[in-house]
Design a protein around this ligand. Structure first.
Ligand code: SF4
Length: 619
């Protein structure tokens, strides 16, 4: 069988013992790889009694069968644990080169448990896995950590996944960063590393990846690359990167501004894609084996010197920018660079600060809460100071470091209605009232509010009603302001998204360009692995992964009907083309549960579980 490295490594940081097992064929068949492996491993390993930051908690990292091949964007990986931010399933996916390097070293999965009695890092060089001392690295920022470990390994080609000070101090939305700027950011897995005193994982592999049917693989690659290069979105994404979504969000009236008080930014020209491209962007940049190269290298020159960095992406421009009422690009670029250096999720960080700014404006918090800081909208110096405080858990940063849901609990019912989170995770950039498929996707997402779980960009890309009917059985699925047809849209996107995460391909190849179809992905996988999957059987793997994650969440949070923040349901957007919009969630949710075969609290039914070969939810 090609594609897989064949080994799962289990590392106990308490004892330092490393054990290795063969990756079971049944696991490959049922869960494919990547996110499929991480979700299945968490469900089998993390019982109800294991708190997210306990030594017994497991962190799982997995790559997919395409990792390290010539397939587009095949350097990706998934890292997962029970989230310290939400208490349910937490995972994050990142590009860069780390995933490919892990495959070359010979591993499909790493499962890390225990807690070291001193700061440590894992050094993986092919077969050899060592727990090394990281006392001298503790407290350091990401780039310094990467440089020091490469020097210690005497290998400039090692790829390193590390935490910054935020992870060490268990900031609930601490990120993991690899290749200096690529973050596995969501759900606070960096805090789980910090609780284990695990500063980093360094990996260097010299092996290769077997391809089961080579000629067929080259043919499938030709088809896939041809589809990507000829897709109408390709030139936009590859030249302008994700900041182009700023213009789309403003045009739809969904550019989250001042904690989603509005979807229109009145100083948009200062923070538009054009302002970024002409003022700060230097060049494009790509993750491993990626033809899209959507990433941007930017430079800011100022009194304090010249700063280089990767990004900001669209999500960071909004969450650290317009959500906080800030349109200064030098400030947002600096804030993004600091979040990457300190190991912080830019989305949850911006959400926490924006929420605090609204509480300040409404008088719910005062200088006595903030240590004398003025949290008025739009103050870039305040944003930068708060990021440093969050990473250090100092001053008001200690409150912000626990995230929006914990802040809402702290300030009580008067604050709750302005708290924008789902299941404890802060909401992403595009306002759900201007994109109803995205809103449903946030509500049902198995890791809390998230744009990437479903990523139903179909409703934003100008597809026709006929195309909507053909693909999703409803002529309304293409209309972002419509609730009708969105259950079908989200179920299909969630299932395919889970497969793409399991194969570990970037979603920009599948959901931003819609170039790579399930049929094409099946052809690629079959050639690499030597299998005979169909598009339909792949989508069933996706359904199995989503349902497994739902079972994990039921175990840890009970059966709870999905929901959205108060503002999405009750506060109409005040201006722009989506003026007056709120989300009518319940009909979408009923239709979604019915399509999935789940009951009205989102509990998977016995027949769905049997069909997918999963354990009974009551078990
Ligand atoms: S499309 Fe962008 S984020 Fe995705 S793999 Fe390529 S460069 Fe990385």
């Amino acid at each position: 069988m090609g594609g897989y490295a064949g080994t799962m490594a289990y590392i106990d940081l308490t004892s330092g013992v490393v054990t290795k097992k063969e990756t079971p064929p049944a696991l490959k068949e049922a869960f494919l790889g990547g996110r499929g492996f991480t979700s299945h491993t968490l469900l089998s390993q993390v019982g109800r009694q294991v708190a997210p930051l306990d030594p017994d908690a497991a962190v799982v990292i997995a790559v997919g069968p395409l990792a390290g091949t010539l397939s587009p964007s095949s350097g990706r990986f998934t890292v997962a644990a029970r989230s310290p931010l939400t208490g349910i399933l937490g995972d994050a996916n990142s590009g860069g080169h780390f995933g490919a390097e892990l495959k070359y070293a010979g591993y499909d999965t790493l499962c890390i448990t225990g807690r070291s009695d001193h700061p440590c890092y894992l050094c993986i060089e092919d077969d050899d896995i060592r727990v090394c001392d990281a006392s001298a690295l503790w407290g350091g920022a990401v780039r310094r950590t990467e440089a020091a470990i490469r020097e210690e390994m005497a290998d400039d080609d090692a790829h390193i996944l590390s935490i910054g000070p935020a992870g060490e101090r268990q900031v609930r939305y601490a990120a993991l960063v690899n290749d200096a700027h690529r973050a596995a950011a969501r759900c606070g897995i960096g805090a789980v590393f910090g609780a284990k005193r695990l500063k980093a994982i360094a990996v260097r592999g010299t092996g290769g990846v077997d391809i089961a049917r080579y000629d067929e693989f080259i043919e499938a690659l030709d088809t896939v690359y041809d589809a990507i290069y000829h897709d109408p979105v390709y030139p936009v994404l590859s030249e302008r990167g994700t900041p182009f979504l700023m213009d789309a969000a403003q045009a739809e009236g969904g550019l989250a501004t001042r904690n989603n008080r509005t979807g229109i930014c009145d100083r948009f020209d200062e923070i538009s894609e054009e302002a970024y491209r002409t003022g700060f962007k230097v060049r494009n940049f790509a993750c491993f084996s990626c033809p899209i190269h959507c990433s941007n290298i930017s430079v800011v020159r100022g009194a304090a010197g010249t700063q280089w960095g990767e990004g900001p992406e669209y999500e960071s421009l909004v969450c650290l920018g317009t959500k906080c009422g800030i349109t200064s690009l030098p400030a947002v670029i600096t804030a993004t660079n600091r979040c990457n250096e300190l190991g912080i999720d830019t989305i949850s960080c911006g959400d926490s600060i924006a929420f605090a700014m609204e509480l300040w404006e409404r008088g719910i918090i005062t200088p006595s809460d903030t240590g004398g800081m003025d949290l008025s909208w739009g103050d870039a110096d305040t944003l930068l100071a708060l990021i440093e405080q969050i990473a250090a858990r100092e001053g008001y940063g200690a409150v912000l470091a626990d995230g929006v849901a914990a802040m809402a609990r702290r300030y009580g019912p008067g604050a709750e209605r302005y708290a924008l989170h789902v299941k404890g995770m802060g909401v992403p950039a595009f306002d759900g009232r201007a994109a109803k498929g995205f809103a449903l996707g946030w509500a049902v997402s198995t890791r809390g509010a998230d744009h990437l779980r479903a990523l139903p960009n179909f409703e934003l890309l100008g597809f026709s009603s006929d195309e909507a009917r053909r693909r999703f059985g409803s002529p309304y699925a293409n209309d972002p302001y419509e609730e009708r047809g969105k259950a079908e849209l989200v179920v299909w996107h969630e299932n395919f998204s889970a497969v793409v995460d399991a194969a570990e391909m970037c979603k920009y190849e599948t959901f931003s360009t819609y170039a790579v179809t399930p049929e094409m992905l099946a052809s690629l996988l079959n050639a690499v692995v030597g299998s005979s999957r169909t598009a339909a059987s792949l989508l069933e793997v996706g359904e199995r992964i989503v349902t497994t994650e739902k079972l994990f969440n039921i175990r840890h949070a009970g059966p709870v009907r999905d929901a959205l923040p108060y503002r999405m349901l009750h506060d109409p957007l005040p201006e722009g083309p989506a003026r007056g919009n709120v989300v009518d969630l319940e009909p979408m949710l009923d239709a979604y549960y019915a399509l999935r075969g789940w009951d009205d609290r989102g509990v998977p039914g016995a027949s769905a579980l049997r069909r997918l070969g999963l354990p009974d939810a009551e078990e």
